[in-house]
Design a protein around this ligand. Structure first.
Ligand code: AKG
Ligand code: FE2
Length: 462
């Protein structure tokens, strides 16, 4: 079983890859406005079939009313892009939320869809000649809403190929027991919601079946029918999916773990492996880390079941939580690696600088050792020179004092000489005056003798 699932997933991966390598062309197989003819529309290769008015108006009203009430019950996050309930699963929230009447209705509708599938030839295995008894395997009631920008952006393969409900997939690759898929639409594209078309991702084109209230779509669950739901752009899209199996025992009904609700251990590890590989997360113990994610998710699942038993309260640990766990791990790891990388770089540069400085210091130390004897010698010389200078300075001081004294004496002498010279000049002047006064009885300047005596008095030397 594990090998079959792995092989199918590998086929799924290669189909998805090859499909998205070519530009996308879409063609409408069945528009919402079209009314399918009485016996339904059958496409044989790959095997697909569609009917309108597959259930009565009353059945539609009951089912979609119950689904709307259940999904707005507060147990579901109203911002989640997809919410689902397994109406045929025993126990858990599904029974409580939908009620027994709805469970019975779903079982009855599933039986009707099975008869349609058998009469259309779906019980014949495509690659085998023998017929197999088709049995009801599982059912899922899903509410799809527009994914947030974040949902689309965080999608590692881009909006087209992620793990949201819009991911192209093969039902049988998710649950290997599934052989025939049946989808009953409970709302109409263009009325209750926009976007959200169903597309078969064929190699040459996407073939669209537009959801329409009461329309039933049947197709082989295997690799011939890679398909997706385009993201819902507005409003709410409701649908009931039912799967039939040729290999399932009746006891297993409702126990099959559904891809959208609880993933089996191998699905958890394959998703973790793929997420880590696609995001090129290098881990020292890759397998151990994958196992860790698987164990973490499953242990929370177990704990929430226990919590429900003990406290009668639901804690939803969905595959979306698992994808969030993986994407948080990947983004936190990338952020931390970046931070540590920057610090490591800075640390390295710092270490280099310290190394350079160390080298320079040891060079200087070496130089110091080499120059030390010369320095000591120079210092000695300087000291001796200082002594000589001290002695010279004292002698110079003595000479300077002596010179100053001699200079003062010389100055005095010069002053005295100057005085004598002035006195001599005065007496010469007096003599000259007298001599000139004796000649003509007059002073040359017209003053009398007394005036001349006054003039003499001016030359008194103090
Ligand atoms: O809702 C639909 O149109 C398809 C859902 C689907 O692909 C699934 O449940 O596997
Ligand atoms: Fe599907």
């Amino acid at each position: 079983m594990a090998l079959r699932a792995m092989a199918l997933r590998a086929v799924q991966q290669s189909l998805i890859r090859s499909r998205f390598m070519h530009p996308r062309v879409s063609e409408t197989l069945l528009a919402a406005a079209a009314v399918a003819p009485e016996g339904g529309e059958l496409w044989t290769s790959p095997r697909r079939m569609a009917f309108d008015h597959a259930v009565t108006e009353a059945e539609l009203g009951l089912l979609s009313g119950a689904a709307q009430r259940a999904f707005s019950s507060g147990l579901f996050s109203q911002s989640a892009a997809d919410c689902s309930l397994a109406p045929l699963a025993s126990g858990a929230a599904d029974e409580e939320l939908l009620g027994l009447a709805v469970q019975e209705l779903v079982a009855c509708l599933a039986e009707r869809f099975l008869q349609r599938a058998v009469s259309a030839g779906f019980s014949v295995h495509l690659s085998q000649t023998s017929d197999g008894d088709l049995k009801l395997a599982d059912s899922l009631l899903a509410k799809l809403s527009p994914p947030s920008r974040k949902d689309l952006e965080e999608n590692p393969l881009g909006a087209e190929q992620g793990y949201g409900y819009w991911a192209p997939h093969i039902d049988k690759a998710n649950v290997p027991d599934y052989d025939v898929s049946a989808i009953l639409y409970l709302s109409t594209m263009g009325e209750q919601f926009s976007g959200g078309a169903f597309a078969f991702n064929d190699a040459d084109a996407d073939r669209i079946v537009e959801p329409k209230m009461g329309r039933l779509l049947l197709f082989d669950s295997g690799p011939s029918n890679l398909h997706q739901v385009y993201p819902v752009l507005s409003g709410t899209r409701l649908a009931l999916s039912v799967w039939f199996s040729r290999s399932l025992t009746k006891d297993a009904v409702g126990c099959t773990i559904n891809w959208f609700r609880e993933w089996p251990a191998e699905a958890l590890s394959s998703v973790a492996q793929q997420q880590l590989t696609v995001n090129q997360v290098q881990l020292p113990n890759f397998d151990g880390s994958v196992k860790l994610f698987q164990v973490m998710h499953m242990s929370v699942e177990q704990a929430s079941k226990k919590f429900l038993e003990q406290n009668k309260r639901h804690v939803y640990n969905t595959p979306t939580s698992y994808l969030e766990l993986l994407s948080s791990f990947i983004s936190v790891l990338a952020m931390k690696r970046k931070q540590v990388g920057t610090q490591q770089k800075r640390y390295k540069v710092g270490l280099e600088k310290i190394g350079d400085a160390e080298e320079q210091v040891s060079g200087l130390q070496q130089m110091l050792v080499e120059k030390k004897p010369k320095l000591e010698q120079t210092q000695k010389m300087v000291e001796e020179m200082m002594k000589v200078i001290e002695v010279d300075k004292a002698a110079a001081q003595e000479v300077s004092t002596k010179v100053a004294k001699e200079e003062a004496e010389a100055k005095n002498k010069a002053q005295a000489t100057q005085n004598i010279k002035v006195l001599e000049e005065c007496s010469i002047l007096q003599q000259f005056r007298r001599a000139t006064a004796n000649g003509d009885g007059k002073y040359p300047c017209g003053k009398d003798d007394d005036d001349a005596a006054d003039v003499d008095d001016d030359f008194v030397i103090v």
